[in-house]
Design a protein around this ligand. Structure first.
Ligand code: BEZ
Ligand code: FE
Length: 285
């Protein structure tokens, strides 16, 4: 049969009929259907299609060991968050995007240590408890954190100014499932804009900013791992995150605390900023 606008989808979908892996067959046939429907609806000119191919080629060329432009494209199109949300933990802390800056291993640190190695202007303590969905505190849980500086840069973006590991720490919860560490209040910041994804944002009049946040990956034996953020409540761009990752339950008040007794508990001087972020992990079935 001739390849026509009407017959194209059946021809291509049928070409995958003999795929041995049933999931791969299902996904390729679904992809064919949706991609063809999109092309029929958008009806690109040959010039427009070439532009699209050139754009994707450039996205690929921009990727390296330290840069993943395809993930960034998935992020700004909301696909990363859609996949996270579809796979979210029932009853557990909601997940958000991993992002491109978890590219180095966080240094192991003791509870109470500071992840701020360059001396920020406002001391901040982040504390919380890791619990199971049953409510039981999880002792010995792993809490991996990474964040940018007060002026919005990760260590890997400023190797000349920040020592490796600045803003990063790998902690283990105490027997009550608690964790706490010293840091600075992170800033909002732009996602990388010097590549094709940045040009796409500019061409579509979208800003590149993410609201201020601290990244977390928490895990414990017998439980599902969660990748998430604590967002600074009231941060700039909290209602228009460039990668759509904000969830109401992940907004945390970073509160100025003047009580010297509470400060002493965390080994800091008042006034300091305190944020409490509890994490719930789903039991593995
Ligand atoms: C981040 O929060 O580190 C991030 C997430 C997605 C895209 C760019 C940056
Ligand atoms: Fe980030």
């Amino acid at each position: 049969m001739d390849f026509t606008v009407g017959s194209a989808t059946a021809a291509v979908a049928g070409s995958f009929d003999a795929t041995p892996d049933p999931r791969l067959r299902e996904v390729m046939q679904m992809l064919t259907q949706h991609l063809h429907d999109f092309v029929r609806e958008a009806a690109p000119t040959i010039g427009e299609w070439n532009t699209a191919i050139e754009f994707l080629t450039e996205v690929g060329r921009s990727c390296s060991d330290t840069r993943q432009e395809f993930i960034l494209l998935s992020d700004v199109l909301g696909v990363s968050m859609l996949v996270e949300t579809i796979n979210g933990q029932e009853g557990g802390t909601e997940s958000t995007v991993l992002g491109p800056f978890h590219m180095t291993e966080s240094p192991r640190r003791e509870l109470g240590d500071s992840v701020d190695l360059i001396g920020g202007t406002r001391v901040c303590v982040v504390s919380g408890t890791v619990r199971s969905t049953s409510g039981e505190p999880l002792a010995g849980a792993s809490v991996d954190v990474w964040q940018c500086t007060e002026d919005g840069f990760y260590d890997v973006q400023q190797p000349e100014r920040q020592p490796a590991g600045n803003g990063r720490g790998l902690f283990r919860t105490d027997p009550e499932g608690r964790f706490w560490f010293r840091t600075v209040v992170p800033s909002h910041y732009p996602i990388p804009t010097d590549g094709p994804v940045g040009r796409l944002l500019a061409a579509t009049d979208r800003h590149p900013y993410r609201p201020a946040h601290v990244h977390f990956i928490a895990s414990a034996q017998g439980h599902e791992e969660v990748t998430t953020h604590a967002f600074v409540a009231g941060s700039a761009y909290i209602d228009s995150d460039a990668v759509f990752a904000v969830k109401k339950n992940l907004m945390v008040e970073f509160v100025e605390t003047t009580d010297p007794d509470i400060a002493a508990e965390y080994g800091v001087e008042a006034p300091f900023v305190h944020a409490e972020f509890d994490i719930v992990l789903q039991e593995r079935s």
